[in-house]
Design a protein around this ligand. Structure first.
Ligand code: IFM
Length: 475
């Protein structure tokens, strides 16, 4: 493409608002490694991944991307990609090895160095307090099904806010709490591996309460009350045929509204089935007010919609139960493209989610896409490169939807690709590669994929060029 051609294309580009955040999202256990260093305590994921049969190939996060030691090079990588935001999570067991009591200074020092390193590079930290690595000691005391865990979480939030409060960060209390309740306590595919509806329903309420109590602690501790939100995964529900409408409404209540509705309205969704909802005796006076206290933004994680189709013979939704949510099935229209994990790829679901959330919050809540990305089976070619054209196309198509959502009035302020580095993908181990940067886990060498080059050009231009290529063809 010639220079003149690019200027011409730029003139017709889909430009994002000034100050738009271009970020990459990560989570502590998925990248840090160093699980026994500097006084870190044990987390439920250490226990789970070391339990036979729980994670593919027996993989663990013991080393992961060794980010704990390589963080400085990885921040350089962020700079080289022209990203102006980085989403990281704080490993609770590094800061409070037993989940309670005095902080471990060496753990705090690590995150201090990290946010200072980001600040030096002009990259905004987006800090998640809980991305699934509960201290094992708290699980031993009952975990999220117990109210006390929510109280301990607020104490942890207060410690972190005191230590890093000057970092001009975005703060998120929880990441995808439905996955904690559902995969962690209902179907057992994630740590701590429990399988019990009642535990999952109790965990649901205490995760929400943990959010509310942590939010209050952050408001009290951060300068000017901080910039605080939560990251929730949204799966727009598509009914296939009129006879699927009722089941779709239930699925929407159980997959999407279970956490969204308490936070924005202070109520649990009426359409959810009784066994999914927290029982009344767990909901103390004042809980719903705490949970629905105003937040400054909502983080929207999006990967795919859910389809509901009624199996005529069985009279119930078609497909096997999926592990991602209480009423999801793995039924997907066969014509849809899928990623390497079999997840359907449907960019319009992101537009639908952003527009629907904005309507429901009456344009009063700033939105960020806090996760969106594509798992592929990437391979290094003979040139030493990773030509992940499919991922670049995925990013282009989803960014186009973000741009359309902006045009339809949704106040989207940033986009975080999931993820910077190939990493430990929970129960799937290291097979699923979501990164825009390839990681050779033997040598820990990082190789930016072609999608990284595409994303860099979009971030640098703050725009999708009119043909959506952003240098892709000559990259
Ligand atoms: O890797 C996860 C992340 O930790 C939470 N959201 C979904 C990603 C892909 O499965």
């Amino acid at each position: 493409m010639t220079t003149t051609g690019r200027v011409g294309a730029a003139a017709r580009a889909r430009t994002f608002p000034a100050g738009f955040l271009w970020g990459a999202a990560t989570a502590a256990y998925q990248i840090e490694g160093a699980v026994k260093e500097d006084g870190r305590g044990r987390s439920i994921w250490d226990t789970f991944s070391h339990t036979r049969g729980k994670v593919a190939h027996g993989d663990t996060g013991d080393v992961a991307c060794d980010f704990y030691h390589r963080w400085e090079d990885d921040l350089e990588l962020l700079s080289s990609l022209h990203l102006n935001a980085f989403r990281l999570s704080i490993a609770w067991p590094r800061v409070q090895p037993q989940g309670r009591g005095a902080p471990n200074q060496r753990g705090i020092d690590f995150y201090r160095k990290l946010v200072d390193g980001l600040r030096r590079r002009g990259i905004k930290p987006a800090i998640t307090l809980y991305h699934w690595d509960l201290p094992q000691a708290l699980e031993d005391a009952g975990g999220w099904p117990k109210r006390e865990t929510a109280e301990r979480f607020a104490e942890f939030a207060q410690i972190v806010a005191t230590s890093l409060g000057d970092s001009d960060a975005m703060w998120m209390t929880l990441n995808e709490p439905i996955q904690v309740a559902h995969q962690g306590y209902r179907v057992g595919t994630h740590a701590p591996g429990q399988r019990d509806d009642a535990l999952a329903a109790a965990a649901t309420h205490h995760l929400l309460l943990g959010h509310g109590l942590a939010l209050r602690a952050l408001r009290d501790t951060l300068p000017d009350g901080g910039n605080v939100g939560i990251a929730i995964d949204f799966h727009p529900v598509r009914a296939i045929g009129d006879n699927a409408r009722e089941a779709a409404a239930i699925a929407d209540a159980e997959q999407n509204r279970l956490f969204f509705e308490p936070i924005v309205h202070g109520t649990y969704p009426r359409a959810a089935r009784a066994q999914i909802l927290p029982p009344a005796h767990l909901i103390a006076e004042g809980d719903m007010e705490l949970i629905s206290a105003p937040i400054d933004f909502l983080g929207v994680n999006y990967y795919n919609p859910h389809y509901v189709k009624i199996d005529e013979d069985q009279g119930r939704p078609a497909g096997k139960p999926a592990k991602v949510g209480p009423s999801a099935t793995d039924y997907t229209p066969p014509e849809l493209p899928r990623n390497a994990l079999g997840w359907p790829i449907e960019p319009s679901g992101l537009l639908d989610a952003l527009v629907a959330i904005n309507e429901e919050t009456r344009s009063e809540l700033p939105l960020y896409v806090t996760e969106n990305g594509c798992a592929l089976t990437d391979e290094v070619d003979s040139q030493g490169e990773i030509d992940d054209a499919e991922r670049s196309g995925y990013l282009r198509d989803h960014l186009d939807m973000v741009h359309r959502a902006l045009k339809r009035g949704a106040p989207v302020h940033g986009y975080f690709v999931w993820t910077l580095l190939d990493n430990f993908e929970w129960a799937l181990g290291y097979d699923a590669r979501f990164g825009i940067v390839y990681v050779d886990f033997e040598s820990q060498r990082r190789i930016p994929k072609r999608s990284a080059s595409f994303y860099r050009q979009v971030a640098q231009a703050n725009a999708l060029e009119s043909d959506g290529e952003n240098g892709l063809r000559q990259a």
